[in-house]
Design a protein around this ligand. Sequence first.
Ligand code: PLP
Ligand code: COI
Length: 340
Amino acid sequence: MKKEIDWANLGFGYVKTDKRFVSNFKDGKWDEGVMTSDDMVSISECAGVLQYAQTCFEGAKAYTQKDGSVVCFRPDLNAKRMEDSAAYLEMPVFPKERFLEALIETVKENIDYVPPYGSGASLYIRPYMFGTNAVIGVKPADEYQFRIFVTPVGPYFKEGAKPIIIRVSDLDRAAPHGTGHIKAGLNYAMSLHAIVDAHSQGFEENMYLDAATRTKVEETGGANFIFVTKDNKIVTPKSSSILPSITRRSIMYVAKEYLGLEVEEREVFFDEVPTFAECGLCGTAAVISPVGIINDHGKEIKFPSGMEEMGPITKKLYDTLVGIQQGTIEAPEGWIYKIK
Ligand code: PLP
Ligand code: COI
């Protein structure tokens, strides 16, 4: 039986569900893993994750489709990206096949928490891994824990599908040859001061510029950018220090193959931003959240699409992406993993 949750009014928060997956890495190998109702983690006070932030994570979503099936959107790409994150942080890789099996099993075990079709909510899936044994010299841990929990969520921004206001950050999120391209917890720690400050000044997110020259658009704390030019071309920043968003890669494909739009992944200079017609933030949590205004140190860049609703092209991208995820539009092969 579905849990009694006010699905339509869920925000993006943590709700403890019934089951989570846990596997431990010791003596050079991962154990079989278990599904447990224990939501607590017990590790050494000197664990690598606690001392030197050796941790990475992923974010995926499961949806109820129109016909009642429960599906997950492109979790194979989360599995692959987590392999890349783990390798870069000198952590053992949790094999892709096992990642997918565990993810599907965790959703199945919590099936009553998958929000119903049409509620606007979805089940957020959070795989993560961290160093568990004592490490005091700066080096990688020898023991790790891999976990997956799920939590039902609503929109990431309280505005939902309404345009938000963001600001250009004076602080940097990632260095040119640093960790911006992987999903390391430390990247998010780096963004906490900037996001608290942004919120206190009435902005929903930070636009980070490239740390080396501060002339190019990178991403926000939790999403990639997509822009629409006045002649309806989709432009997204290319940089080696941003997270390769699965949503963004999907949107670029959909724009080209489903909507016949021209797409460009390239360096985007901040100077060019005022020439764009529409702007959106894309990610698993953000889906596509339209940006109405970018505040650059008091100077406002106002997109012609305004503050009332998504721009027309952003809306088309949004409807197509969400339609694919919810099963009302046929998905490209391999994008949808059926869970139930
Ligand atoms: N950029 C950052 C910094 C993120 O945290 C996320 C969220 O995962 C994204 C981009 C979007 O990536 P994805 O579409 O794979 O969720
Ligand atoms: C996601 O979209 O999965 C993220 O990890 C972003 C985060 C801001 C919740």
